[in-house]
Design a protein around this ligand. Structure first.
Ligand SMILES: [Zn+2]
Length: 227
């Protein structure tokens, strides 16, 4: 897929997030909407379910992540992009890293509550460098896409509340430029590590894990200049 085709696809997916956010408002939710695309195809989409289920953990991004994992019947989503009208919060960003999501694209940044702008969960490389068995590399992040149209969705929901939130700096500027933060390189798969784990008795899996970590630390030391 060319860069321009990918850009058009990103715009289409964010537009769908805006539609979902408007639908959510009609259902008594705040204007949030999220989509997960797998190689360009939508495999999950969601509004917030916080009010309808009386559950503060039912953010649109989390609902969509769960649906995507069930659709693909796999925990890991490296070839997927998470789209959202607003920058995902830390609660949604952490499982996105654990699911190894490949890209995250959003319209409105969230300097007070965001899992990228405020608490750097999405691009924190130490998660994947210290625990690559659990967390994927930092995803590519594209922010500010259709941000002015996204802000209009929120303004239409409640102009007064929107004005207060903007005044408090909860959301990014309307004039914000679209920006892209490159993701971390994808690691090459370690067949030896997998073979060790599969061959190990269940009770000693943790020992294999610890030994592998020790080995990787040793290799890192050997690769240091001057060692
Ligand atoms: Zn969230």
């Amino acid at each position: 897929m060319s860069r321009s085709e990918a850009d058009v696809q990103d715009l289409r997916m964010i537009e769908r997030c805006l539609e979902l956010a408007r639908q959510g408002v009609k259902q008594g939710e705040l204007p949030f909407g999220a989509v997960i695309a797998y190689r360009g195809q939508v495999i999950a989409e969601a509004t917030n379910h916080v009010s309808s289920e009386c559950d503060v953990t039912r953010h649109a991004e989390l609902v969509a992540l769960s649906e995507a994992q069930k659709t693909l019947r796999q925990k890991r989503l490296p070839d997927c992009t998470l789209y959202s009208i607003v920058e995902p919060c830390p609660m949604c960003s952490f499982p996105a890293r654990e699911a190894r999501i490949g890209r995250v694209v959003f319209a409105i940044s969230s300097p007070i509550m965001g899992g990228f702008s405020r608490w750097d969960v999405l691009s924190d490389n130490s998660l994947s460098s210290k625990l690559p068995e659990v967390f994927g590399p930092a995803p590519e992040i594209v922010s500010g896409l259709l941000s002015q149209r996204a802000e209009q969705v929120w303004r239409d929901w409640n102009p007064l509340a929107w004005r207060f939130m903007r005044r408090r700096g909860c959301f990014g500027r309307a004039a914000e430029q679209t920006s892209c933060h490159a993701g971390a390189p994808r690691p090459t798969f370690s067949w030896n590590a997998l073979a060790d784990i599969l061959a190990a008795p269940a009770l000693s899996v943790s020992n294999v894990f610890l030994r592998r970590r020790a080995d990787s630390n040793t290799i890192s030391d050997l690769e240091k200049p001057g060692v």
